[in-house]
Design a protein around this ligand. Structure first.
Ligand code: ZN
Length: 322
């Protein structure tokens, strides 16, 4: 009898993670019941009961794991580059940029640690190696539902090795790339949206960086701004929009030509995240940018100092996970 109870308990335990193991335990428990005459009837009844139980348990577990009311944003340490994972409160996932090819394993590991097999929205802010170099490896290792890239019809493309590699990977995986521009809502769910603020359709910039997708992710009363490598020219184009946010991914790894005073005043974040490599050759982040952020009383978090940075929102406020 003790063995029966033990197996039933094991079945309940396994029902949280492994349906097959749970079923084996339950059936073994029923089979070991001492009353031979009732064994058959009990088995039939048990099958129905167990299936119902598992269905309810699974439903509850699903709600516990994905509907906990939290949005988690992980700024992955990819050295000199950008890669940010967003886990929305309804379980949807977005990966903005994938660092250089050298760091694709770091990105993949972060996804695996978070039990992510499917990327609902894979976003390449702009076709530079430190943002899309790692994309082919990610596309081959994960199921990608949608790929989103900036509208760049106003740009005369020279040969772009990394964009070519990415396009080949997308083609091989049968993924269609969507082109997004100002005011496009690229994703949304219960209480959250991801909206593109830049570039505008048919925008003409000299610098490819300025075509970076600037995306505002809003969840409840909180907002995060992802800027890629957009510089002043792109920032100044959108000053009339609602740029207010709690967390700003500081543009272009803290380069002098990004995060101008006017843009910073409009965004007015409490936290600025700089994704930057240790002892990088451009000596980023720039001292003037750090000064601008400090003068505004913005808490600065840097991947070269802190490694991967995790910030959560419950819809009311943001919290840095230490
Ligand atoms: Zn970059």
């Amino acid at each position: 009898m003790l063995l029966t109870i033990g197996l039933a308990a094991a079945g309940i335990y396994f029902s949280a993670s492994n349906t097959v193991a749970a079923l084996i335990c339950f059936f073994a428990a029923v089979w070991l019941l001492p009353l031979k005459l009732t064994r058959y009837i009990l088995t039939v009844k048990s099958i129905a009961a167990i299936l119902l139980f598992l269905l309810i348990a699974k439903e509850q577990i699903y709600h516990q794991s994905s509907d906990n009311g939290l949005m988690t944003v992980t700024f992955i340490d990819v050295g000199q580059g950008d890669s940010t994972l967003i886990q929305f409160p309804d379980g949807k996932t977005m990966l903005i940029d994938a660092g250089t090819a050298d760091y694709s394993a770091s990105v993949a590991n972060t996804l695996k640690e978070n039990h992510i097999h499917t990327i609902d929205y894979l976003v390449g802010t702009h076709p530079h190696a430190d943002h899309i170099g790692g994309m082919p490896a990610i596309i081959s290792a994960f199921t990608v539902k949608t790929y989103i890239q900036p509208e760049m019809s106003g740009f005369i493309q020279e040969n772009n090795y990394f964009a070519d590699r990415l396009n080949t990977a997308l083609k091989q995986a049968g993924i269609q790339a969507f082109t997004a521009s100002f005011s496009d809502e690229i994703a949304s769910g219960d209480g959250w949206t991801a909206e593109v603020l830049s570039p505008r359709k048919n925008a003409v910039f000299e610098d490819l960086n300025d075509y970076s997708l600037i995306i505002k992710v809003t969840y409840g009363k909180t907002a995060f701004m992802f800027t890629g490598d957009a510089g002043y020219n792109a920032e100044l184009e959108i000053l009339d929009e609602d740029l207010s946010c709690d967390v700003l991914k500081v543009g272009h790894h803290g380069s002098f030509g990004s995060t101008c005073t006017a843009f910073l005043a409009q965004t007015d974040p409490s936290i600025g995240v700089i994704s930057v490599g240790k002892e990088n050759e451009n000596n980023l982040p720039n001292d003037y940018v750090l000064q601008r952020l400090t003068e505004e009383g913005i808490r600065i978090l840097r991947t070269d100092e802190s490694g991967t940075i995790v910030i959560q929102s419950d819809g009311n406020e943001v919290k840095v996970i230490e």
